[in-house]
Design a protein around this ligand. Structure first.
Ligand SMILES: NC(=O)c1ccc[n+]([C@@H]2O[C@H](COP(=O)([O-])OP(=O)(O)OC[C@H]3O[C@@H](n4cnc5c(N)ncnc54)[C@H](O)[C@@H]3O)[C@@H](O)[C@H]2O)c1
Length: 381
């Protein structure tokens, strides 16, 4: 029996929203019924769907689910209205501007048994999907280190959050996802060069709960655009470029030496390099197919709102670490940074929102260091 098409709506018709509209309009089993944007032309239409003035008008059309692509500072208010009306939602990343807002969203959708996903699109990049499958298959042996770099030019349109919540959340999510591990501790430094209240550059060094070391360099102050992930382990190094969706493997070469004195430390030598060939589908199309299938009850592998909350927690820890100049211990346990376990010098931190950074600073003997990133925590005026 053929299924009735799902009725999908869209909130936000900016740079990302227009891409969602294009994909929704061509998605099998889905009808785009309307899009909302206060700056949109109410007399206009988008791929045949009406452009509406407000969310109430979209809700009146009885959507099965809505894609939320308005600025991050508005995700919470829009998402809570959708949940209250029994509508599933695919919310753009990051899930929300603060941990408390992200928690309220998770609670609202979970309490009503509604499907809620987050647009961490890197998970659907073919290079990272290949990388994850190869790590799971044990091709690298023990994983030592994950390094990401995400640099590029300044996005004038993003003004409600800084680069940590806007871009580094991609790196945090993908690192947890490809390794299957949680962040155990991290230290970060930020810079604010654009004159806006939020940071535009961040360097993070951290450790996952299995001891894997990570580093993330993320900024929007570079004319060089790069989306780089390298995972180094026992047998070599995988390098993924998510701009081109390429994945290569640099194998450790066999080190041959007859010199007995050198046998104790053989080090690593350059070996073969392989660039894999695999089908490359558009990540946004795959993200939408998965979400559509989840709405009809399939276990399709979406990024859940709860996973999105975890990423907001880690990104908040990044900002706090930069603000205080401290290494922040996370929590033991599967979710990391989730308040389930004890932390190190600071004692248990049950909730990043409730946590008092000044008390943390006093506890470790620092007066607390405030810099330009201090206000980046809560961008909502
Ligand atoms: N997954 C990704 O790779 C990716 C890429 C870019 C942006 N994003 C996310 O998508 C969201 C939007 O980013 P963007 O780059 O499209 O921003 P944008 O500024 O280009 O567009 C935002 C649009 O939302 C509209 N808007 C503002 N308030 C609204 C409201 N209350 N209801 C409906 N529409 C409203 C604005 O008029 C604007 O047209 C952000 O959360 C961002 O983090 C994700």
């Amino acid at each position: 029996m053929t299924r009735q098409a799902l009725r999908a709506g869209l909130v936000g018709l900016g740079a990302m929203g227009r891409n969602h509209a294009r994909v929704l309009a061509g998605l099998d089993g889905v009808e785009l019924i309307g899009a909302v944007d206060p700056a949109g032309d109410p007399s206009g239409s988008l791929h045949g769907a009406p452009v509406l003035e407000g969310l109430a008008q979209l809700l009146a059309l009885r959507p099965d689910y809505v894609v939320v692509a308005c600025p991050t500072a508005h995700h919470e208010e829009v998402g809570l209205q959708l949940a209250a009306n029994g509508v599933c939602a695919l919310i753009e990343k990051p899930l929300a501007h603060s941990v408390a807002a992200a928690e309220r969203l998770v609670d609202a959708f979970e309490a009503r048994g509604l499907v809620a996903g987050v647009g961490h699109i890197e998970r659907f990049n073919p290079a990272l999907q290949q990388l994850r499958a190869r790590l799971e298959a044990g091709e690298l042996g023990e994983v030592y280190q994950v390094v990401t770099r995400r640099q590029g030019p300044f996005p004038h349109r993003i003004a409600d959050v800084g680069v940590v919540k806007d871009l580094a959340t991609h790196d945090i999510d993908l690192t947890s996802w490809i390794t299957g591990r949680s962040y155990a501790s991290l230290s970060a430094r930020t810079l604010s060069k654009s004159g806006r209240p939020h940071e535009d550059m961040v360097a993070v060094v951290g450790e996952l709960d299995d001891g894997t070391m990570v580093s993330h360099l993320v900024n929007w102050l570079s004319p060089l655009k790069e989306r780089f992930t390298a995972v180094t382990g026992e047998r070599g190094c995988f390098v993924a470029d998510t701009l081109t969706a390429d994945l290569s493997f640099h194998a450790n070469g066999a080190v041959t030496t007859e010199w007995e004195a050198l046998r104790a430390f053989r080090g690593v030598a350059e070996g073969d390099m392989i660039r894999y060939a695999f089908p490359k589908r558009e990540p946004l199309a795959v993200e939408h197919e998965r979400f559509r299938d989840a709405v009809v009850g399939e276990d399709s592998g979406i990024v859940t709102a709860r996973e999105g909350l975890r990423t907001v927690r880690v990104s908040t820890a990044v900002l706090e670490s930069a603000r205080l100049g401290l290494v922040l211990p996370g929590h033991a346990g599967a979710d990391g940074f989730d308040g389930t376990g004890a932390s190190g010098a600071s004692g248990a931190m049950a909730d990043w929102e409730a946590w008092d950074p000044e008390a943390e600073a006093r506890a470790v003997g620092l007066g607390g260091r405030h810099d330009g990133a201090a206000d980046a925590e809560d961008p909502v005026p």
